[in-house]
Design a binder for this molecule. Structure first.
Ligand SMILES: Nc1ncnc2c1ncn2[C@@H]1O[C@H](COP(=O)(O)OP(=O)(O)OP(=O)(O)O)[C@@H](O)[C@H]1O
Ligand SMILES: [Mg+2]
Length: 596
């Protein structure tokens, strides 16, 4: 109930149109209710006959004309009502879609780690549609049904109390049945919607991961997975639909059985001259007036039930607290120097700590290489600096200010991240590069591309910087994508730069070109380079080696070699590999360390 009330409050934002819909609904229903009375009156008039034949014919013609007029007027108001109700409901779905999208933009990584993309997609399409149906059908149409039932009841009681009681005796039966069905149906539809969400996830992952599927020849596995989920959707929807059908069939049986009963008792009342034939006709017409609305009760109950379950799913997202929240009066960074300090930072994604008691002081403009085995926490540590997650313990400061005190937009526009998994949008190359800096001039875009060593390749594309990439566009190689994402980050000109494994998929030649260019770029910027290859860290002044979420070693490359720990082992291993000619890049880290 609370859920439906919340949707109603959103619809109430469209006050004037909602009021218009209701006003036209009331007028249309009153006109509708007057038709049986007019017809009943005409029948009685025709049977009893007037003073003279000519006059009564004229009156009957007038009565016929009035009925036609009333029907036409009712049609006009009905149109106004449908139009206004529809426009309110469209506006509600528009508003909810926007609210959902805005919310999704501001939920932190932790939320997206949990929620499946496909599920979110089904929420923002199917569930929003359910809400729209609720507004147009539930909020307006249910009013019409109530008015028709009450109006018919009043008209019937005014004519004959006993027959009215008999005629209306089926209404509470249907209402009780509807309420019972509603509770059952709600659970069924919720289940069906959950299964549909899962199906969308399977589909979305399959489409996004087509290359992996093909590469592993996993088509059959994927087909089975889809089949299984598709079956679940079929089953749950089928069960819900079956329950819905048997419910509305039962309602019709109850209804038509009551018509027989009215004829039986009404006929006797006419014979006893308690009511006129016109009045009996009225009763039958009023009951038939209720056929359509009563049949709709089942549908309406469903609309309510489905809107309630869809609402529950949507409000789960809309109400989801974002663990990373901005302070009420956040600090805005300006003229960032770029000092960064991690003070005894501990963080976990859930169970085990991914980062344990990490302390690290970085002075402005310093270049830090982060090394360590896969899963040692390098990416996580950097995610904490950008505040994609909040630390569980300790603090991270930029220029001496705790990142939790800084507005998210100003923090992130000063920290440029080249992420490990490159994601590019289906847009032009230029648009992708200027993604974080919408007002970038073409010169700035080209400069960023040149620094990232991708300019020449962009120019060689069919439409140069205007080439559309991604789906239904030109495909780029892994290395090109990586350099494009470097250009995108450079375009925002951040004071702090994080390069997460950014040169892993480029060849040695390109890498050394990027390194050379980077040595220009990183001047005056605090730079974190996460790398596995020693060749990638030639600019580093400080090497931090991580192991299981902790800092295992830290120092200049020379110091670390002398210490003879993990770093030395990696160095020796890669050096040996080079000697065997597998890698073409020499890894004389030590000498580079001294030169920097
Ligand atoms: N979104 C997440 N949810 C839960 N656990 C995560 C998440 N991301 C990473 N982890 C876990 O946290 C630990 C550190 O992962 P992280 O990605 O920081 O490692 P990494 O050092 O960057 O590794 P790699 O060199 O492979 O990129 C790992 O045990 C990983 O399984
Ligand atoms: Mg990583």
């Amino acid at each position: 109930m609370k859920i439906l009330w919340r949707i109603t409050k959103i619809a109430a934002l469209e006050r004037s149109r909602m009021a218009g819909a209701w006003a036209s609904l009331i007028v249309a229903t009153i006109l509708f209710l007057s038709i049986p009375r007019l017809i009943g009156f005409s029948i009685d008039y025709a049977i009893s006959g007037g003073a003279d034949e000519q006059q009564s014919t004229r009156v009957l013609v007038y009565l016929g004309a009035i009925v036609i007029g009333v029907v036409a007027l009712r049609g006009i108001f009905n149109y106004a009502n449908l139009y206004l109700a529809e426009s309110v409901s469209q506006h509600v779905s528009y508003t909810i879609r926007n609210m959902l999208y805005d919310k999704l933009q501001h939920l932190s990584f932790a939320f997206h780690d949990r929620e499946h993309t496909g599920n979110l997609m089904s929420k923002s399409t199917i569930d929003v549609e359910m809400m729209r149906m609720f507004v147009s059908m539930g909020l307006v149409r249910s009013g019409q049904i109530t008015m028709l039932v009450i109006g018919s009841a009043v008209m019937m009681f005014l004519t004959d109390v006993e027959l009215a009681l008999i005629s209306l005796s089926f209404v509470p039966v249907i209402a009780a049945r509807a309420i019972y069905a509603s509770t059952r149906m709600r659970k069924m539809w919720l289940q069906a919607q959950v299964e549909m969400g899962k199906l969308t996830t399977v589909l979305q992952e399959n489409l996004a991961g087509q290359r992996v599927v093909k590469a592993f020849g996993a088509e059959e596995h994927e087909e089975n997975k889809f089949d299984y989920q598709n079956e679940a959707v079929y089953e749950t929807t089928y069960i819900a639909r079956r329950a819905q059908s048997s419910n509305s069939a039962l309602m019709q049986i109850i209804f038509w059985a009551s018509s027989g009963v009215i004829l039986w008792f009404g006929g006797r009342a006419v014979i006893d001259e308690r009511i006129t034939i016109g009045a009996l006709a009225e009763f039958i017409l009023y009951t038939s007036l209720l056929v359509q609305p009563m049949r709709m009760v089942g549908f309406l109950v469903n609309t309510f039930a489905r809107a309630a379950s869809a609402g529950q799913r949507l409000f789960e997202v809309l109400d989801a607290p974002s663990p990373v929240r901005e302070k009420d009066d956040p600090h805005t960074l300006s003229n960032v120097h770029g000092s960064v300090s991690f003070d005894n930072v501990t963080f976990s994604y859930g169970n085990a700590d991914a980062i344990k008691n990490v302390s690290l002081d970085v002075s402005p403009g310093q270049v830090i290489a982060l090394m360590g085995a896969p899963g040692s926490g390098k990416t996580t540590l950097m995610s904490l600096l950008s505040r994609f997650y909040d630390v569980n313990d300790g603090a991270i400061c930029v220029d001496g200010i705790d990142v939790r005190e800084i507005s998210l937009s100003s923090l992130r526009s000063n920290i440029g991240v080249v992420q490990q998994d490159v994601f590019l949008f289906s847009a032009t190359v230029a648009e992708n590069i200027s993604y974080g800096h919408e007002n970038a001039t073409m010169d700035e875009i080209i400069q960023a591309a040149k620094t990232a060593q991708i300019h020449d390749e962009i120019v060689a594309l069919p439409d140069g910087y205007e080439t559309v990439i991604g789906e239904r566009g030109v495909s780029l190689s892994g290395g090109q994508r990586q350099r494009l994402s470097i250009a995108r980050t450079l375009a925002i000109n951040p004071a702090i730069l994080i390069l997460d494994d950014s040169t892993s998929s480029v060849d040695a030649g390109t890498e050394s070109r990027i390194q050379k260019a980077l040595s220009e770029v990183i001047k005056g910027r605090t730079t974190f380079i996460i790398a596995h290859r020693l060749s990638s860290i030639q600019n580093a002044e400080l090497v931090v080696v991580m192991e299981e979420g902790k800092i295992a070693e830290m120092g200049t490359p020379d110091e670390l070699i002398v210490a003879g720990g993990l770093f030395t082992k990696v160095t020796e291993l890669q050096y040996a590999t080079n000697l065997n000619g597998i890698s073409t890049t020499p890894s004389s880290v030590g000498s580079r360390g001294t030169s920097s």
